[in-house]
Write a protein that binds this ligand. Structure first.
Ligand code: ADP
Ligand code: GLC
Length: 501
């Protein structure tokens, strides 16, 4: 290949402002935090000038980082008034990160809720965050080619950019890409005074932001963003259908040529059994012996009988209806009666699920362990120590845990939808091919029988089980490949932005 060809294949270096409501290593409640921690780094590795902006919640401890004040104070326009905040700056793994600090909006224990209820001023908190990302560009003189927004918390950015900032010399050529990580959360608010959020009257329109008399921030982004992505190819198709789109399908249909599905990657710096500091023994596809030690440690930590020949099924999840655990509850006792199996649950969320799964160890001592809460360390131990990983989601835009499971040789039991379908290959009993156990129809019967299928494979076809473990561990979900796909989405968004002007 000539040098000319190489030069042609390198995309233009872009200035990218990546905005999200959470990011590893600072703060995380779910997969969005993993993505916002990893994708900007992958883009930076490919030569782009990437900066990340997140809120500085009370729970973000600045201690471990060297932080300076990027802008202090910063005056952010919000619905005709100026809200004063400050912006901290740090560099993590070569990535420049800004943290927006505002005591009233973000100096709270939770990110989106207080553990029971969503904060009643979430519309204002995240409209403010969206505005502060734009103001940050102005105060630091950063003119991004791409403003990459993620989920409803940053959905107002494309709205503001195309309305109030349309003639701004610094931002008028900036294109926006809006990534949907979960269409189940749209930023819907009953709101009597949209003025307070700087929303123009003409945008309170059924095609733009209006929603049954209130506002829907994600709908606004779908209308105004230059490009729309979601986190797996299958989910990109699902959100265009009435049920999958949770009410937004008609609006996405209008933008369907601008919608693409790009699979999330895995940050193998954090999730790799060969170098995971949270697990007691390292192992790889070539040498699985350390996994047995991890299983023992898991059984001990979750007060399970230390039996090496009984399969352990792991769960790490938000306990939300999206994840399908309401379909596990009715068959849990049947599974424990009929199958010689153990469970290790780690999760929190819906109270009835916490109560049910949290109550099982007392009824099935030594066979079910449960830890209700959030614990990164235990999440790693489950991935490493379990034999199977249960994820029966009703919908799953991408899902990261099943991909982590593949890397840890822990075979996923998943429903064939969204990102689960795109990442787990169904077991073929004749050949032993595949990387997991999958089912189509949601419901307790599917959970029962697919779990049974997995457990019987463990006992009756151990050579297949072993082969699948190794196949899964050899799969590679690279952020670098995903970043290359985002570059294409950025190009298309840039072209659309130019045409729009
Ligand atoms: P979602 O973002 O919908 O919750 P994902 O599978 O994309 O689902 O990502 C979830 C992320 O959050 C994973 O990194 C997972 O390990 C982590 N996680 C979820 N629940 C817990 C928990 N209770 N404790 C620790 N980590 C958790
Ligand atoms: C959301 C989705 C999950 C996805 C994550 C990161 O929380 O529920 O499927 O993996 O975002 O994109």
């Amino acid at each position: 290949m000539s040098y000319n060809n190489i030069a042609m294949s390198v995309p233009k270096r872009k200035k990218i402002l990546f905005t999200a409501s959470e990011a590893v290593p600072f703060i995380k409640t779910g997969g969005l935090g993993d993505v916002a921690g990893a994708l900007p780094k992958a883009l930076a590795r490919r030569g782009h000038d990437v900066r990340l902006v997140i809120p500085r919640y009370w729970a973000v401890d600045p201690g471990p980082y060297e932080m300076t004040w990027a802008v202090s104070p910063m005056g952010v326009p919000l619905g005709g008034r100026t809200v004063w905040c400050a912006v901290r700056e740090t560099v993590v793994d070569g990535l420049r990160v800004y943290l927006i600090e505002h005591e009233h909006y973000f100096g709270r224990s939770g990110l989106y809720d207080d553990g029971k209820r969503e904060y009643p001023d979430n519309a204002e908190r995240f409209a403010f965050f969206s505005e502060s990302c734009l103001q940050l560009c102005r105060d630091t003189g950063f003119s991004p080619d791409i403003l990459h927004c993620n989920d409803w918390q940053t959905a107002m950015i494309p709205v503001y950019l195309k309305t109030r900032y349309r003639e701004d010399p610094l931002l008028r050529d900036t294109a926006t890409v809006f990534s949907i990580h979960n269409i189940g959360h749209q930023g819907i608010f009953r709101f009597s005074n949209p003025d307070r959020l700087g929303i123009r009257k003409e945008d309170i329109h059924p095609d733009r932001l209006e929603n049954y008399g209130g506002i829907n921030m994600m709908k606004g982004a779908i209308f105004y963003a230059d490009g729309i992505t979601t986190v797996s190819p299958s989910y990109a198709g699902e959100i265009l259908s009435p049920v999958g789109g949770s009410g937004l399908a008609p609006y996405l249909q209008r933008r369907k040529d601008d919608v693409s599905g790009i699979l999330n990657g895995v940050d193998y710096d954090h999730w790799d059994p060969e170098k995971d500091p949270h697990i007691p023994a390292a192992y790889s596809a070539e040498d699985l012996s350390g996994k047995a030690e991890c299983k023992k440690a898991l059984q001990r930590a979750f007060h399970l009988q230390e039996k090496k020949d009984v399969p352990v099924i792991g769960v790490v999840s938000r306990f939300a209806e999206q994840k399908g655990f309401q379909h596990v509850i009715p068959v849990m006792e049947d599974i424990l009666r009929d199958m010689e199996v153990q469970f290790a649950f780690l999760g929190c969320g819906e109270k009835y699920m916490e109560d049910f799964f949290g109550g099982l160890p007392a009824r099935y001592p030594g066979r079910v362990g449960a830890w209700i809460g959030y614990s990164n360390e235990r999440a790693h131990l489950i991935e490493a120590g379990a034999d199977l990983f249960l994820m029966p989601s009703l919908y799953e835009p991408c899902g990261l845990n099943q991909i982590y499971s593949l890397k840890y040789g822990t075979l996923p039991i998943v429903r064939e939808i969204g990102g689960l379908k795109d990442t787990v290959k169904k077991y073929n009993e004749r050949t032993g091919d595949g990387t997991g156990f999958t089912f189509r129809d949601a419901g307790p019967a599917s959970v029962y029988y697919t779990t049974g299928w997995a457990v019987s494979t463990y006992y009756d076809r151990p050579e297949h089980f072993d082969r699948m473990r190794r196949s899964g561990m050899r799969e590679h979900f690279s952020w670098d490949d995903s970043a290359a796909r985002y570059e294409e989405a950025y190009e298309r968004a840039g072209d659309r932005r130019s045409a729009w002007r």
